[in-house]
Design a protein around this ligand. Structure first.
Ligand SMILES: Cc1ncc(COP(=O)(O)O)c(C=O)c1O
Length: 396
């Protein structure tokens, strides 16, 4: 039969990078393409102990349906931690547990976007968010970034010339894919501009606790006095992504609508893993755990930066992120990183070409992203030397 797929879903193109990712089934390929913590940092022993306790003491709760808003102890513990440690969220805000930070992105989009409404994002930006926006028929506009994050002068031009802008999507800390952090001044200016044009901000902040150097920058949500910022948090990057535990902090008027959307999406986030995370927060010191993860990541970041310096042609630039999981490289202006990444896969290394993170997927990007948390130190060195070789062959 002829399947009458919804127009905005039919318009979504299979991505060119899928071809590149096909190589990942080959165990010899070194993947710099992921965005997850080092598996050796997962708190496996603690989780095994807590899981056994849950099944022995409270199996009923784990097996029953739960509340759409989330498991109450986890909601309370997360709200308290974010409020007390990061001044993020107030008593006037509500917090729901989501199935990863990804679900906050899709629930907010579902809640706010009529087909054709505009979402403004950083250029480049997180592919999972861009695809979520596309799947709801949003019109995407991107704003270029510099060292301090989204450029405010360019943002104002976009806001002034666009209709029905519903929200501005930013990943202010250790951005995916660039690893850059938006400065405090920019955060203030962003909030001011959002006020001026009366739009929401979606602050997606899954990496902010993975800081290896420099001073922490307050969340945009911590400066929000009028419920203008919707905050997406996640336990994926500081504990483990497979648990699928995220959270959203926002004004109850928005949260209530997102809850209706969540009800028809997955009813509630996996109850068992919500309980495990809640018990973890009650029993162990998550800050200590994050500190250990940061130590591990810093060693790998430093190793990758050193390898970039050693093996990469001087015409290639790369970011020096103070945290997070990614280094962003740029070839000279006009070069196509998609072609370079294809050649890199032939050398059994996978990294992600910049076009994957572009609002216009057909536009040529000279950037590509490398992850340093998943590979071993030895793999980092081998991968970068192969990438360096591919760059030389590509540029010469
Ligand atoms: C910027 C950003 N936001 C959100 C997510 C979603 O993470 P999760 O759904 O695992 O919390 C990711 C994952 O890579 C990400 O990079």
């Amino acid at each position: 039969m002829e399947y009458k797929i919804a127009e905005h879903i039919a318009a979504m193109k299979p991505s060119a990078i899928r071809e590149i990712f096909k190589v990942l089934v080959d165990p010899e390929v070194i993947a710099l393409s992921a965005g997850a913590p080092d598996p050796s940092s997962y708190p496996e022993e603690e989780m095994a102990k807590l899981s056994a306790e849950i099944f022995a003491e409270d199996a009923d709760t784990a097996f029953k349906y739960g509340m759409t808003e989330g498991y109450q102890p986890l909601r309370d513990l997360t709200k308290k931690r974010m409020q007390e440690k990061y001044s993020t969220g107030t008593d006037a805000d509500d917090l729901i547990i989501t199935t990863g930070g990804q679900q906050t992105i899709s629930l907010l989009t579902q809640t706010m976007i009529n087909k054709g409404d505009t979402i403004v994002c950083e250029g480049p930006s997180f592919i999972g968010a861009l695809n979520a926006f596309r799947s709801f028929g949003a019109n995407l506009k991107s704003v270029p970034m510099d060292e301090e994050g989204m450029r405010i002068d360019e943002l104002e031009k976009v806001l002034a010339s666009s209709e029905n802008v519903k929200f501005i999507y930013v990943i202010p800390t250790f951005q995916n894919p660039t690893g850059r952090t938006m400065s405090l001044e920019r955060r203030r200016q962003l909030l001011e501009l959002a006020k001026k044009y009366d739009v929401l901000i979606l602050e997606d902040n899954p990496y902010f606790e993975l800081r290896y150097e420099g001073e922490p920058v307050p969340t945009i949500k911590s400066m929000d006095t009028e419920g203008r910022v919707v905050y997406a948090g996640s336990y994926s990057k500081v504990m483990s992504p497979g648990m699928r535990i995220g959270y959203c902090i926002a004004n109850p008027k928005i949260i209530n609508r997102m809850v209706v959307c969540k009800q028809v999406s997955d009813v509630h986030t996996n109850q068992f893993f919500q309980m495990v995370v809640a018990r973890y927060l009650q029993t162990y010191d998550i800050d200590k755990h994050i500190e250990e993860e940061c130590k591990l990541n810093k060693i790998k970041r430093d190793a990758m930066l050193k390898a970039c310096e050693t093996y990469f042609d001087k015409r290639v630039t790369f970011t020096h992120p103070e945290g997070g999981l990614f280094i962003w490289c740029e070839l000279p202006e006009g070069c196509d990183s998609l072609e370079l990444c294809r050649r890199i896969t032939e050398k059994k290394v996978a990294c992600v070409p910049g076009s994957a993170f572009s609002v216009d997927e057909d536009a040529v990007s000279n950037g590509f992203r490398m992850n340093f948390s998943m590979p071993t130190l030895e793999q980092i060195d081998i991968a970068c030397s192969r990438i360096g070789e591919a760059i030389r062959e590509f540029l010469d």
